[in-house]
Design a protein around this ligand. Structure first.
Ligand SMILES: [Zn+2]
Length: 281
C-alpha cells in the first residue's frame, strides 16, 4: 500500500496539456484532394473475403477507398512504402499526433526515421459518429490487431484467422516472401470502422458494435507509393468477440482511383523527416 499524500487532490486537479500540439503540422489541402478526386477513374478493386486479408497497391497521387459491403464489418489496415517495407505505418506516433481515432483531414504517419504522411484521409462517412457516451469512437489507432499469440495466452488453442495471421499471409502472397519473412513486417493497424475506447474506471481497451453499414466508406489519398493489406477481422462488427469463427463476418471492398492528368497541381510527395540522425555524436 502506498500512502496517499495530503495534497493528492491538488495534484490530481492539475489541468492536462496536449503532448503534441499539432497546429504546426504541414497543412492538409482537402480542397485540392477533393478536386482531384472528382475526375478520378477507378483503376483497381480487391474484395477482401471474411476472415481473410488481401494486399493492394496504390501509386502516390491515387486514392483508395475501403467500403463496407453486405454487412457491418471492421478491417485491420497495414501500409508499407511499396519500395521499402521498413517504412511502415506507425500507429503509436499517429495516435500521439492526431488522437485515439482518425477521421477526415488526418494522416497515417510512417515509422522512424521516415516519419512522413503515407496517406491522408479525405472522406469518412462515419465522421458523424463523434465520441459516444462511453468514450468510444471509430477508426482507432489504440488497438493493435487481433493475433494468435494473445489468443493462445488468454484462451489457449490455435486460431489461424486472426488479423495478424491474415495480414502475414497476404503480405507473403503479395511479395513472394515466406510467412516467416513476412510476419515481422506486419504492424499495429488502423482499425477501420472499429468502434473502441478505453473504459474510464479501469482504463481497459473496449470495443462495441461498429456503427458501420453497407455503403459506408473511408477514403484515403496515397502520399507515397503504397503496398497495403486489409484484413476483414474475424470479429465481424466486433460486438462480442474476435479470434474465433463465432461472429458474423462480411467482406470489405478496396477500390483504387486515379485522378486525371494535371489534377494535382501544387501537390508533391512528402519528403522523409528532416532530423539528421546524428543523435548527438
Ligand atoms: Zn482482427
Amino acid at each position: 500500500m502506498t500512502d496517499i499524500p495530503a495534497d493528492a487532490e491538488t495534484r490530481r486537479a492539475v489541468a492536462p496539456v496536449i503532448c503534441y500540439p499539432n497546429d504546426t503540422l504541414p497543412k492538409v489541402d482537402l480542397a485540392l484532394y477533393r478536386g482531384a478526386r472528382e475526375g478520378a477513374r477507378k483503376v483497381d478493386e480487391v474484395l477482401v473475403p471474411p476472415r481473410e486479408a488481401m494486399a493492394f497497391r496504390v501509386a502516390a497521387g491515387q486514392f483508395f477507398r475501403v467500403s463496407s459491403v453486405e454487412g457491418p464489418q471492421v478491417g485491420d489496415l497495414n501500409l508499407w512504402n511499396a519500395h521499402d517495407l521498413s517504412e511502415r505505418f506507425y500507429s503509436g506516433k499517429t495516435r500521439a499526433l492526431h488522437g485515439t481515432h482518425l477521421s477526415t483531414g488526418e494522416r497515417m504517419w510512417s515509422a522512424f526515421p521516415f516519419l512522413r504522411p503515407m496517406a491522408t484521409i479525405t472522406e469518412d462517412t462515419l465522421g458523424w459518429y463523434g465520441i459516444d457516451g462511453y468514450g468510444g469512437s471509430v477508426h482507432d489507432v489504440i488497438g493493435t490487431r487481433c493475433d494468435p499469440y494473445t489468443h493462445n495466452l488468454l484462451s489457449g488453442g490455435q486460431y489461424h484467422h486472426c488479423c495478424h495471421s491474415n495480414l502475414t499471409r497476404a503480405l507473403a502472397d503479395a511479395t513472394g516472401m515466406t510467412l516467416a519473412e513476412a510476419e515481422p513486417h506486419v504492424h499495429d493497424v488502423l482499425n477501420v470502422f472499429m468502434c473502441t475506447g478505453f473504459t474510464r474506471d479501469t482504463g481497459q481497451y473496449f470495443m462495441k458494435a461498429s456503427p458501420v453499414r453497407p455503403g459506408d466508406y473511408l477514403e484515403f489519398f496515397a502520399e507515397i507509393d503504397l503496398l497495403g493489406a486489409l484484413s476483414a477481422c474475424p470479429g465481424g462488427d466486433c460486438s462480442s468477440e474476435h479470434s474465433s469463427d463465432e461472429a458474423a463476418c462480411y467482406p470489405l471492398l478496396v477500390e483504387v482511383f486515379a485522378p486525371e492528368e494535371g489534377a494535382l497541381q501544387g501537390w508533391s510527395q512528402p519528403g522523409t523527416n528532416g532530423y539528421d540522425r546524428t543523435h548527438g555524436r
